[in-house]
Design a protein around this ligand. Sequence first.
Ligand SMILES: [Zn+2]
Length: 372
Amino acid sequence: MIQQERLVQTVLDLVQLDSESKQERAVADYVTARLTALGYTVREDNAGESFGGNAGNVIAYKAGTGAGKCLLFCAHMDTVKPGNGVKPIVEQGIIRSDGTTILGGDDKAGIAAILEAAAAMEESGLQHGPVQIIFTVAEEIGLLGAKYLDSEQLPAIDAAYFFDSDGMPSEICVASPYHIDLTVTFRGRAAHAGVAPEKGISAIQMAAKAIAAMRLGRLDEESTANIGIIQGGRATNIVTDETVIYGEARSLNKSKVDSQIAHMIQCCREAAEQLGGQAEVKVEECYAAIDLSPDSTTVQLACAALRKLGMEPQLVKSGGGSDANVFCGKGIPAANVGVGMTKVHSTEEYLNIAEMEAAARFIVAVMEEAMV
Ligand SMILES: [Zn+2]
């Protein structure tokens, strides 16, 4: 059913199409042609127009040939840099680049596995329920395609799977935290540090005082916080009038992440007030949590499909975020599934062909399990 040779050829085709974030046109055209040939109704939304990309999310649908749950399979079309001019090399069960670029198996392995499963399903004549496929743009630069996805016309999705993770499909990420970014600009007053320091108000000191008062690092089992960047100052002889700090908080629990951000803001305001300056605060909700219960249709179908394939499901948590988080925030129950990528975002990136093939088999098995 699944044809390894064709799967490998698809991924080789895909990685040779340049698609650094916002430049996904060639990949969008390729997948549109492939899905159309398989009988899918394919449209592209205008997500790219919102952030200067040359393509939108590719959204494909095929009605069920029988009665079954409605499934969604997803991957992203963009890659990180340096991702242009990839020259893939296949050897000993892996696919890698020539070392001058990334491979772009993140996430073209996901696209290839989905296309292979769709083709295999079509050829097999097996009955399936309604299938929705979405290939997003601009995942790597802030999950932008998913955030701007035109989801209005989507049918009700019973279970959704993103193929954007390393390892075997038996590794299923069912929990990943809410994530909020915090930017605080401290404003003080500049003065000569040697001649008249008492006329100055140090924004660096405000930032230091604020950060020293914050609870940071691992806060509890499901929550973390960090200040990652401090910017400010021009010379040692100037009392600094502006300092900006960039931080974040994450938690599986929405109220915990909200209260951590409130705590960080309070530390900033208090420090600014004590030193006679100001703190300007900007809060950005990056994405929602993935928090799928073991009883959810997404997890149940995945576990049944894996067992049928002779694999033991491993339900894992991740501290990172992906398109699946954004989809969960839109009410689509999405898990992130392994598709054989390794050392992603580096020129040593490679793909394990057997793991990618297992992901394609998993997709077919989930479709079979979804029949009612
Ligand atoms: Zn990815």
